[in-house]
Design a protein around this ligand. Structure first.
Ligand code: ADE
Length: 419
């Protein structure tokens, strides 16, 4: 079996940490038990391009239990947990191609290894696998039946492909399920991003001004958790509705240029490029801390910052690079502008990934069952899957809810009775 991981000797640690994560993933465990009996992926070659974490390890083993012939590669050069990669190779015989800190060339070599697997099914996070397949490896496209996509950025890219008539097979947008984005993007990103900032810097958040770029579901989570830790939160936005929501949620809203001189910590999660650009770095206080939690490392213009700096950046702590400006001000960039929650911490906690990855597993099963009726476009996760995951999660948490009485059902379907 071919694979490319950092060190197989790390496998025992990866296995232990996966065991710990699984305890918080009861929904995925139930799905795994059913998959073990029903084998919905028997004979299916799958290539997954995901952050290689303990939670992804649990998903990978679930897909394998369902009969999938799986290859797993990293969806980001900095997010791999090397012990998990080793454990999946050593104990589950899953070919993994992922090393934390891999350079861009290795990252793409790993993507090509996933494509060399000649997948019937792609499971992507950010759409790099799908994009590479459609641009550089078109000869493999005829083998692919369908796929799923995990994240907002990936879904936006896929919709752009579908709009241009470039997408060649159906893909289910897992991100858009309620049981995914309302929980993973908000509570998962909120907690893990602050975790990343704190692990990297150990700074006190209380009393700091934290500037959050964007007010989508991820940024909302970050703003909420930063406020919970005692920060004064400032939000920057380009969309009036989201800006209005941020105002009414109690945050100050202003352009990034106005926020730049007052912020102590900056965190972007917008999905767009150069959200923090040269003019913003130019206006920042000495000692400002700058991080990104959006999918790609494009939100901070680090090339511009490097040009402004008088010397190469200095590594002052793991995941902290200090840039010195000509007037002596220091700007600290976390995790090289890559996802700080996965670079400097461990990504979203397992309990929330339980629902995201239940959506992945069930959407893959659904697509393979319905592929004959599907076209080459982006599909929503079926509502039954979303509702079912919510039900299973509540049950696993021991939470019961009310059931409509027959009288209430009837009322909800009538239009004659008023006051
Ligand atoms: N994306 C964000 N957090 C993650 C995690 N813990 N595992 C896999 N993908 C993630």
């Amino acid at each position: 079996m071919e694979y490319h991981v950092k060190d197989l000797e790390l496998a025992p640690s990866g296995r232990l940490r996966m065991e710990w994560a699984e305890r918080e993933m009861p929904v995925l465990q139930q799905i795994r038990e059913r998959f073990e009996a029903e084998k919905p992926f028997q004979g299916v070659r799958m290539s997954a391009c995901l952050h290689v974490t303990t939670e992804t390890g649990t998903l990978a083993r679930t897909l394998q239990a369902g009969g999938a012939d799986l290859v797993l590669v990293a969806s980001n050069p900095l997010s791999t947990q090397d012990d998990v990669a080793a454990a999946l190779v050593a104990y589950s015989e899953i070919p993994v191609y992922a090393i934390k800190g891999e350079d861009n060339e290795t990252y793409y070599k790993h993507l090509h290894a996933a494509i060399d697997h000649q997948p019937h099914f792609t499971m992507d996070d950010g759409a790099d696998l799908v994009s590479t397949l459609h641009t550089q490896r078109r000869e493999v496209l005829s083998t692919v039946i369908g796929g799923t996509e995990e994240t907002t950025t990936g879904v936006i890219r896929l919709r752009a492909m579908a709009h241009d008539g470039a997408l060649e097979y159906p893909i289910v947008a897992v991100n858009d399920a309620m049981t995914k984005h309302l929980f993973d993007n908000r509570y998962g990103t909120g907690q893990s991003t602050m975790d990343g900032v704190i692990r990297a810097t150990n700074v006190l958040i209380a009393g700091k001004t934290v500037v959050v770029g964007g007010y989508g579901w991820c940024s909302r989570g970050i703003a909420m958790r930063a406020a919970g830790l005692g920060a004064n939160v400032v939000v920057t936005e380009v969309e009036p509705l989201k800006a209005l929501e941020a105002v009414m949620d109690g945050f100050r809203v202003m352009p990034m240029l106005a926020a730049a001189p007052i912020g102590d910590i900056f965190i972007t999660s917008t999905g767009d490029i150069n959200v923090i650009d040269a003019r913003h770095f130019e206006a920042m206080k000495n000692g400002a801390i700058v991080a990104n939690s959006g999918h790609f490392n494009v939100e901070l213009n680090l090339a511009a910052l490097a040009e402004m700096a008088v010397a190469a950046p200095r590594s002052v702590r793991p995941f902290v690079k200090e840039y010195r400006l000509p007037d002596g001000r220091l700007i600290n960039v976390l995790a090289d502008g890559r996802l700080v929650n996965l670079g400097a911490a461990e990504g979203h906690p397992s309990a929330v990934m339980d629902m995201s990855f239940a959506n992945q597993a069930l959407s893959a099963e659904y697509l393979l069952q319905h592929v004959d009726e599907m076209e080459a476009r982006v599909y929503a996760v079926p509502e039954e899957i979303d509702q079912n995951i919510a039900r299973l999660k509540l049950a696993a948490m021991g939470v019961q809810i009310d059931v409509l009485t027959a009288e209430q059902e009837k009322y909800l379907h009538s239009w004659t009775s008023g006051t």
